[in-house]
Design a protein around this ligand. Sequence first.
Ligand SMILES: *Cc1c(COP(=O)(O)O)cnc(C)c1O
Length: 227
Amino acid sequence: MKAQIEAIRRRIEKAAADAGREPTSVRLVAVSKTVPADRVRAAIQNGITLLGENYIQEAREKIEALREFPVAWHFIGHLQSNKAKYAVRLFDLIHSVDSIKLARELDRQACKIGKIQDILIQVNTGKEASKSGVYVEEALTLVREAGQMNNIAIKGLMTLPPYFNAPDRVRPYFQALRELRDRIASGCLPGIAMDELSMGMTGDFEAAIQEGATLVRIGTALFGERA
Ligand SMILES: *Cc1c(COP(=O)(O)O)cnc(C)c1O
């Protein structure tokens, strides 16, 4: 575990340096879906501070089991509105907000517990039917509407691009997310930060970093193949 984490950290630092970026501008989200709590604990003990989970029920149990550790939990899976009330209690950042309905429900549930919930807007850059996320041309409307809600704070954008076993084929989707981010940021919408770009996974995180990723979501390279 220690060796994998160190190897990934080195690769992140190198990719950042190659792109002329500060290594600290890229944060590693260790994706722990399907990984049991004891292995996640080992990762934390080896320096992981940011965990990404995809399923509410599974995350709830793990977060409870590991609550002694001062780590942050991010939700990166598809979120149904009826699970929003759990999500706002469990997660520091929700990467996958993809509809006004979900944003409204998160806002309502966050208000109930006196929280400002940090979120990212998920963009389906490849327009794949199998994936969640708004299309690039719909993103600004969702950002504007959700940006007016009192109990959610938009921090940036996330994408899960089409799968290619070749980072250079994924790169245009990372570029599309960055360009969209720049376009939205240049609009200077009040109350909206466009600092975070959540993109890049085990197979393509170096290309994502070159294109501006600030959060890379890495599972397999840290924890091994999932069952
Ligand atoms: C599982 C998952 C990851 C991690 O993928 P790996 O290829 O195992 O690194 C990243 N992002 C999302 C949204 C995921 O569901």
